[in-house]
Design a protein. Structure first.
Length: 633
RNA sequence: GCCAGCUUAGCUCAGGGGUAGAGCAGCUGUUUUGUAAACAGCUGGUCGUCGGUUCAAAUCCGACAGCUGGCUCCA
């Protein structure tokens, strides 16, 4: 939703493109005009900026002294209904640029009447309309807006709408420009569809990973520990461990070596890599040795002097690592490397820390400390293509195994106009070509976006939507010609000459935190057997001694086979036991009573799926083991 | 970081200037039971924190913290 809006703001759509608007988009865009009409009746001094349709509705950005709150929605909607009832025509009026400027100056655009002030944003928008493009208004009732359309015929065609929330937004997404109130709403062709949408939205809230994560005791974020710092509770840790085991197996198959590196490293390391002080704002502040601190304190050194000395390298310190690559690079550089051992593939579940702005933090998807399923491949230039391919295959394998097929692939390229990138443009061209080539071979749809590259190289990102429609970057594969340069890495080629390796950074999950957050929503907490925190619970019908002994034997057999299982052998009602197991989302329930004991069998029940019938005990156990081993969904 | 809203028991939530409420969870008993709630009793909260107004503040006001939705950012 935000994506579309941003694009709308960044790139002007051509008139032809605008004519492509679907009927639903027209309804929503028209509804934005109706919203503006209503707001003006209540607050005539409102100044409007953009009011586009977006993925699930529409918004209109407004500058207004009054702070609009959800409490105002009712009376705004009331005014909107009046406008709908009036069934005014959306009339297109083509005007000359001079006329438009005059109307904007008299406050008439985005207004019901001429007003004291100018239509400031409309005036600015007019400025951006190319000389050769026609300028048009759309008028419904008294409301006239600068608008290329298209619209529905009449306000009466907007039959079902609802204001949903207010947020703030900078004009044109630019921090230095005025902050506007963005009023979001949604609209549909009819009331039934609107209600279905609202209901679906309510249901989506139920599977929000923050909610499920708390209910199922998967993870916690505790303000005594710190914002954006995830506590993995036992059940969440189990899920994470199962995922890491899965990745580790795949790594072994693909010739990776796993390593461990520390959480902090000297500032100098990150000066070499270019992270410090360049990306200082997004890092936790450096750690200075006590001795150095005391010495500076004795000298009466000010805070800003300390900061300067750190930046300039006059004093040293340590940095909580914002990335793993420099450490992996130092592992590579421990001794001379031969072309024969390339590619060197170093993998680590490496925890990194980044200073995200407080307003950005949320759940597991945006945090300040997270563990990447990271790896760095040191390859010859010829190996770049096939190795990138291998990485993409790994990402695809991972997503397929989890049944996450609803992703988008983005090739993130540099923005030629920006200076935030390091390295030789010729190398960038090579890297971008290699990525484009690999993604084409992968055979999945993708799009290319300029300006999304990492500062050291272009990348391929896998994007997945969460339950409320926000899109998150998970897996990523990045080609990097720059860090090998900065760290002066070499290998000896078959020609006995020294050569520069190329690095590939890749993380199929991206980060364990974000990935598991999205995964919780994907499964709604109902993990497949191989991931379920509690895979099997054995429950007896009653607390009869013999029956409990039978249950214990089954439980011990499962535990010995490595199945995460527990037993509920109390004298409680079986209904209660089942209820608890269902609430805790235990994957498989084995219910045993006298009949099962007699025949050496178990009654199987699956979470959310109910009774599955009775099976001989051995058969049931071996089926469980097989499903776990196969990572069956 | 910015704008707005929210914060009452472990969870979900009601209440609201005059002795703090419910359901679930938890604890203690009882219940030997055929697949989404057996029964009884008990415990549990300085109403996010700090300050102000008031005879009296959980309730009104302010600051701060945290959370939520956006914006900006995201190596």
């Amino acid at each position: 939703m935000a994506d579309e809006a941003q694009q709308d703001e960044k790139k002007r759509k051509s008139l032809e493109e605008r004519e492509q608007m679907t009927e639903l988009e027209r309804i929503r865009h028209s509804c934005a005009h109706i919203l503006a009409t209503a707001i003006l009746r209540l607050w005539p001094d409102a100044q409007f900026a953009y009011g586009p349709p977006v993925e699930n509705g529409f918004y209109y950005d407004v500058e207004l002294q009054h702070r609009i709150s959800p409490e105002d929605f009712e009376r705004i909607e009331e005014e909107m209904r009046k406008e709908v009832k009036a069934n005014n025509k959306f009339e297109k009026i083509t005007v000359t640029r001079e006329q438009a400027i005059a109307d904007a100056k008299s406050g008439r655009l985005g207004g019901l009447t001429e007003r004291v002030g100018e239509s400031v944003f409309k005036l600015d928008l007019l400025d951006q309309i190319p000389e050769d493009e026609a300028i048009s208004y759309f008028q419904n009732g008294e409301f006239i807006d600068l608008c290329a359309g298209p619209h529905v015929m009449r306000t009466g065609n907007v039959k079902a709408f609802k204001l949903t929330h207010v947020a703030s937004a900078y004009y044109k997404g630019d921090e230095t420009r005025p902050q506007l109130q963005r009023i979001y709403g949604t609209a549909f062709k009819n009331k039934t569809q609107l209600e279905e949408f609202l209901k679906a939205k309510e249901e989506a809230k139920e599977r929000d990973h923050r909610r499920v994560g708390r209910q199922q005791e998967l993870f916690a974020i505790d303000d005594q520990v710190g914002q954006g710092l995830v506590l993995w509770m036992p059940k969440g840790a189990t899920v994470r461990q199962a995922l890491q085991d899965f990745i580790s197996e795949e790594l072994a198959k693909q010739g990776y070596d796993q390593v461990f590196t520390p959480h902090i490293g000297k500032l100098g390391l990150y000066r070499t890599s270019g992270h410090f002080p360049y990306y200082r704002e997004s890092q936790f502040p450096p750690i200075i040795e006590n001795e150095a601190l005391e010495k500076m304190a004795a000298e009466g050194c000010s805070c800003s002097e300390i900061a300067n000395r750190l930046n300039e390298g006059q004093i040293d310190g340590f940095l909580l690592k914002p990335m793993n690559c420099p450490m992996h690079i130092r592992i590579y550089a421990q001794r001379p490397r031969s072309y024969r051992e390339l590619p060197v593939r170093l993998a680590e579940f490496g925890t990194v820390y980044r200073w995200e702005q407080s307003g950005e933090l949320g759940g597991m998807t945006r945090v300040r400390g997270f563990t990447q399923d990271d790896a760095h491949l040191f390859v010859t230039p010829e190996q770049v293509g096939p190795e990138v391919m291998g990485c993409l295959d790994l990402v695809k394998t991972v997503l397929t195994t989890l049944g996450m097929n609803d992703y988008r692939v983005r090739v993130s390229l540099r923005d030629p106009a920006s200076d935030k990138y390091v390295g030789d443009p010729a190398n960038w061209d090579k890297a971008e070509a290699a990525l484009r080539d690999a993604v084409q071979k992968l055979g999945v749809p993708y799009d290319e976006v300029e300006g999304e590259a990492a500062f050291y190289g272009p990348k391929i990102d896998f994007l997945v939507k969460d339950v409320i429609g926000r899109e998150w970057q998970l897996g990523t594969v990045q080609v990097d010609y720059n860090l090998p340069e900065r760290f002066d890495l070499h290998y000896i080629g078959s020609d006995n000459q020294s050569h520069r390796p190329v690095m590939i950074h890749r993380a199929p999950f991206g980060s364990m935190e974000r990935f598991v957050g999205v995964l919780i929503e994907h499964f709604n907490g109902n993990f497949p057997l191989w991931l379920a925190p509690e895979q099997v619970r054995v429950m007896t019908l009653n607390a009869d001694q013999e029956l409990v002994a039978y249950g214990t034997a089954i439980l011990n057999q499962l535990k010995a086979a490595g199945v995460r299982s527990s037993g509920d052998f109390s004298s409680n009602d079986i209904k209660g036991k089942v209820l608890h197991a269902e609430q805790e989302k235990v994957h498989t329930m084995l219910v045993i009573g006298g009949r099962e004991m007699e025949s050496g069998s178990v009654a199987i029940r699956l979470h959310g799926k109910g009774r599955q019938g009775v099976k001989p005990r051995e058969e049931a156990v071996s089926e469980l083991l097989e499903a776990i081993a196969r990572r069956k969904l």
